[in-house]
Design a protein around this ligand. Structure first.
Ligand code: BG6
Length: 489
């Protein structure tokens, strides 16, 4: 078969991500026939587990699936555990021989996928030792998947990158941005470039503004320690939000290769207008959640959370007005907004078209309705086009109607999960939906200026109640341009 073959080595195998996302994704690939029997997973972590313990964890993580056609023990038999101390070179030798054995048993053609799913301060040592102990040299391919956060600013990202580049080439490195694995994020390009309808209008002559919102209901929960040194700007804006922006704003690639697509995305990031420190407040709004009522329950403020400084200056909300200074987009604001403890969990992109030069059907009693294209990323997946049509009565005015496509309804059972898509892509050697170093570097350079300015000046936090859509300044940001956030779903 053409299914990919590999030994997958997961560092951080007892962690939350591995249990919640990776094992279920491997299971789904297996169940959906994307993985044949030529694969093995080696779980690597500090804890002294047996294979049996490890397999029990794996089985627990896939418990929800309950697929009668798949024997969970058979699936779990592909999983092997290897207790490991990152500093101890002897352990690398043992790991090498386990990989070699499993490669023979499962006939994986010498292919190795290393997955770093653990605290990033170990990545450098780990990469260096993998190389020095010969684990990165094999007959097949060797690839590295690396989780976020990729640095906390440009300098730390560069340092991390230099360390892993000692052991892996850029084309062996797959940096995860799990938003790029989401079905509807991948759909942005298809919607844009496979329809005659949109691309001719996709520019500053016809589009008045674009809004990208990713809101969450949860607070920072148990991640206070990490989050308090990051904040929404670094946790969401630097990666997921700017990636979605790049996909919405890029020019059509000349071919569907990772290189061509990436080069168009990079051009968008290069055209982003960088703000001076004293302009920042005209373009960005930061927020931090206060107490508030969510689903009938009174919840504590961010500053009252575990691991959070009681006087924390960390943003849990950001709204930004970004400008892309190129021929296509000059003058079109891109409003991006993300935050925790907001009204609902949802990610949506809204493209608002300009009004017609003259509209005879505009009825003063109604709100004028611009055409909107809404791309629903989650939890609903689909697109909605807001258009105007004749009302069902004698009047000559128009009324807004919606044309909708609901991806969930089409294929509920089989919509692949983000991590499933990404793992499969990596095993096939397709790096399209991963972030290249150029993108990481540019986006940090852009974010650093804002983060620096914010760290110098203490904000008036908390400034929005839990369960609301952020501080009122975020609404003002659009209002002063004559726009408003559309709340459409
Ligand atoms: C992660 C952030 O990258 O994305 C989290 O670190 C955030 O803070 C999460 O909650 C959101 O992802 P999703 O897929 O639930 O929208």
């Amino acid at each position: 078969t053409n299914n990919p073959k590999a030994v997958i080595v997961i560092f951080g195998a007892t962690g939350d991500l591995a249990n919640r996302k990776l094992y279920p994704s491997i299971y789904r690939l297996y169940r959906n026939g994307k993985l044949s029997d030529n694969f093995a997973v080696i779980g690597v972590a500090r804890r002294p587990l047996t294979n049996e313990d490890f397999r029990n964890n794996v089985k627990a993580s896939i418990n929800d699936f309950d697929d009668p056609n798949i024997d969970p023990d058979e699936f779990a038999s592909h999983f092997h555990y290897n207790p490991f101390d990152i500093q101890d070179l002897e352990h690398y030798k043992a790991l090498e021989s386990l990989i070699t054995d499993l490669d023979k048993t499962y006939q994986t053609d010498g292919n190795r996928l290393f997955y770093f799913s653990m605290a990033p301060n170990f990545f450098g040592t780990l990469a260096a030792n993998l190389k020095s102990e010969g684990l990165t040299t094999t007959e097949g391919w060797t690839r590295l998947v690396i989780e976020k956060p990729f640095g906390h600013d440009y300098d730390s990202a560069k340092e991390l990158n230099d360390q892993i580049r000692e052991a892996f080439n850029e084309d062996q490195i797959y940096r995860i941005d799990h938003y790029l694995g989401k079905e509807m994020v991948q759909n942005i390009e298809v919607i844009r470039f496979a329809n005659a309808l949109f691309e001719p209008l996709w520019n500053n002559q016809y589009i008045s503004n674009v809004q990208i919102t990713s809101s969450e209901v949860l607070g920072v929960e148990e991640r206070g320690r990490y989050y308090d040194s990051a904040g929404a700007l670094k946790d969401m804006m630097q990666n997921h939000m700017l990636q979605m922006l790049a996909l919405i704003a890029m020019d059509p690639p000349i071919k569907l290769t990772p290189e061509e697509i990436r080069s168009e995305k990079v051009k968008v990031l290069r055209a982003l207008r960088f703000f001076n420190e004293d302009e920042i407040e005209n373009y960005l709004v930061r927020g931090q959640y206060d107490r508030g009522i969510v689903n009938g329950e009174e919840l504590p403020a961010y500053r009252e959370g575990n691991g959070v400084d009681p006087e924390s200056n960390t943003d849990t909300f950001v709204a930004a007005k970004l400008l892309i200074d190129n021929f296509r987009w000059a003058g079109v604001p891109f409003y991006l907004r993300t935050g925790k403890r907001m009204q609902r969990k949802s990610t949506e992109i809204i493209v608002e078209f300009k009004d017609l030069p003259m509209n005879l059907y505009y009825d003063k009693d109604d709100d004028a309705q611009p055409n909107l294209l809404v791309i629903h990323i989650q939890p609903d997946e689909g697109i909605t086009l807001h258009v105007n049509a004749k009302k069902g009565d004698y009047s000559a005015s128009s009324t807004p109607i919606q044309l909708s496509y609901d991806n969930n309804a089409q294929d509920k059972m089989n919509t692949p999960e983000a991590y499933e898509n990404l793992l499969f892509d990596c095993m096939r050697g397709d790096s399209t939906n991963f972030t290249h170093w150029d993108e990481v570097a540019l986006s940090w350079q852009f974010i650093d200026i804002i983060a620096d300015a914010w760290s110098k000046k203490k904000a008036d936090f908390p400034n929005y109640e839990s369960g609301t859509n952020g501080p009122k300044e975020a609404d003002e940001l659009l209002k002063k341009d004559g726009f408003k956030w559309w709340d459409v779903s």
